[in-house]
Design a protein around this ligand. Structure first.
Ligand code: SAM
Length: 295
């Protein structure tokens, strides 16, 4: 009787496991495949619009590295570093002895990141192909001065676990810079690209497959990001700013307002000054919202 019951239980468990792998894993495989594919066609370092937003992020990142007196000889990580757009800015800021380690799930992005670092003679950066969570789990607690997690949470359904690990690996007083996709941006995108069928999902959920593709996105309001850092993570939120409040890359709803790459240097500088001011006034108006938090 007991043997019969155990066999029946094993059968049920086996069927449940098969169902789980059918519904979960293949869709996540497609999710990662599509993200990795996008990194081979979109270079965050060379695309002129992305370089402009790299400078806008760096305005805020360097401002807080300086005001919080973080060590230029410290140890930093860029999680989901892509081709190294921000890791390289950090590398230049460091003094001898300081290091940046970057990780990304995309082999081609890491290949490009290594090529750029070598071309620029930056020997204080190291890169590895790794998932954000596994990379952080491999770091000792309280070992890093700063962690960047820029434009990765919006394609990382498990971003809350990544942030928890990022906090664990930071030293007391260490800084975490993480950016998120504002809910408002996705609603603007749905409206401007004739994809209003996704609007209800964007209003009522905070993650899901959008735009008829395979990627599971996440999105938030700035108020929710504030709660996440202060209540869930127990970190001190130093600032919350919008990045790209009145401009965008090709395909963004903000593109209709301004494309940084299409402007002359003087106009682009004026746009930068305006977006830096607007960023603090209306974090939800950005293409991304950047949280700056201290452990
Ligand atoms: C929009 S790019 C941003 C790259 C870089 N942080 C920057 O700001 O230039 C997003 C990057 O996140 C990476 N990524 C997505 N999910 C990841 C994960 N779970 N672990 C590590 N990297 C991930 C992608 O491969 C891609 O290179």
């Amino acid at each position: 009787m007991i043997r019969f019951a155990t066999k029946a239980l094993e059968k049920i468990l086996g069927a449940l496991r098969r169902m789980e792998s059918r519904s979960g894993t293949p869709s996540m495989n497609r999710h990662y495949k599509e993200i990795i594919k996008s990194t081979s066609v979109h270079d965050m370092v060379e695309t002129a619009d992305e370089a402009y937003y790299g400078d806008q992020y760096w305005h805020w990142i360097s401002k807080y590295l300086e005001s919080e007196k973080l060590s230029r000889e410290g140890i930093y990580a860029d999680v989901g570093c892509g081709q190294g757009r921000l890791a390289m800015r950090l590398s230049k800021w460091l003094s001898p002895g300081g290091t940046v380690s970057g990780c990304d799930i995309s082999e081609s992005a890491i290949g490009e990141a290594r090529r750029y670092a070598k071309g620029n003679g930056m020997d204080n950066i190291s890169y590895e192909v790794s998932d954000a969570l596994s990379f952080l789990k491999s770091q000792p607690s309280g070992s890093l001065h700063g962690v960047l997690f820029i434009e990765v949470a919006f394609v990382t359904p498990g971003y809350a676990d990544v942030l928890k690990e990022a906090k664990r690996v930071l030293k007391p007083g260490g800084l975490l810079f993480a950016s998120f996709r504002p809910q408002y941006f996705n609603l603007l995108y749905a409206t401007s690209s004739d994809k209003l069928e996704d609007a209800n999902k964007i209003l009522s959920s905070r993650s899901g497959v959008l735009w008829g593709g395979n990627i599971t996105y996440t999105w938030q309001t700035s108020w929710e990001v504030e709660k996440l850092f202060e209540d869930n993570l127990g970190m001190q939120l130093l600032n919350l700013v919008g990045i790209g409040c009145v401009s965008g890359i090709e395909g963004d709803p903000h593109e209709k307002l301004a494309r940084p790459s299409r402007l002359d240097t003087d106009t682009r500088d004026k746009l930068m000054q305006l977006e830096i001011k607007l960023g603090e006034m209306m974090p939800d108006g950005g293409r991304y919202v950047l949280a700056i938090a201290k452990k």
